[in-house]
Design a protein around this ligand. Structure first.
Ligand SMILES: [Zn+2]
Length: 215
């Protein structure tokens, strides 16, 4: 997809980057989440690396793919260190770099322990079984077994309960969600991804079932 941004957004973006030579990492020096730079333009939040990839590739980024770092440095936004790839490739990268030693390097056609971990994590963050099944190219039944802890029981057992790990939204986020909804971003799925919460939470917010007192 293409994103909307103007020259002023671009200038603002690059002012937050510690630019180095072509082959070095260019670190994001502003706000970060889990090590990844965060940037917003026209009311939409981006991973800074994703935005960098997009603006450096004719303003195009495939939303079904991740933007991966060849340098393994989450805060780097050097376009020369970024490429698009699948969730599976991301995991393979991590294994190749021994970021997650698993002893399963030769067994990637089957679901790896690392994938099991990732699947359970994403599920606990509100990702649906269908989306996980597509992302990891694994059947729904197997995904269900993984998140319910019926398969891979030795590896952490059940996925953490959804409710417990759900992020607590604060007033500014509630307002932002309603504002975005009001200006036409009606996709509850998109909003839930942007704010790392469930679609049900978004539904309750925009219908003012919850946080009624927030204006
Ligand atoms: Zn880098």
């Amino acid at each position: 997809m293409r994103y909307e941004y103007g020259q002023e957004d671009l200038d603002r973006f690059w002012s937050k980057v510690d630019k180095n030579s072509e082959n070095e990492c260019w670190n994001w020096v502003a706000g970060k989440s889990k090590g990844y730079g965060m940037f917003s333009a026209k009311g939409v939040n981006f991973g800074a690396h994703r935005f960098s990839y997009c603006v450096s590739n004719n303003n195009y980024v495939d939303n079904n793919l991740l933007v991966l770092h060849s340098c393994d440095n989450p805060s780097c936004v050097n376009p020369n260190h970024l490429r698009q790839g699948t969730a599976k490739e991301n995991i393979q990268d991590a294994i190749d770099r021994n970021r997650f030693p698993t002893g399963e390097k030769s067994n990637l056609n089957k679901v790896s322990e690392l994938e099991v971990e990732e699947i359970r994590k994403l599920y606990s963050q509100g990702e649906t079984l269908l989306a996980l099944s597509r992302k990891f190219k694994i059947g729904r039944t197997q995904i269900t077994r993984i998140v319910e802890g019926k398969s891979w029981r030795h590896d952490g057992g059940k996925a953490p309960a959804k409710r417990k790990s759900r992020k607590v939204l604060k007033e500014p986020e509630i307002k932002e969600i309603r504002r975005l909804y009001d200006i036409g971003i009606k996709s509850q799925l998109m909003l839930s991804k942007m704010f790392s919460c469930s679609r049900e939470t978004i539904r309750r917010i925009v219908n003012r079932i919850r946080w009624k007192d927030v204006q």
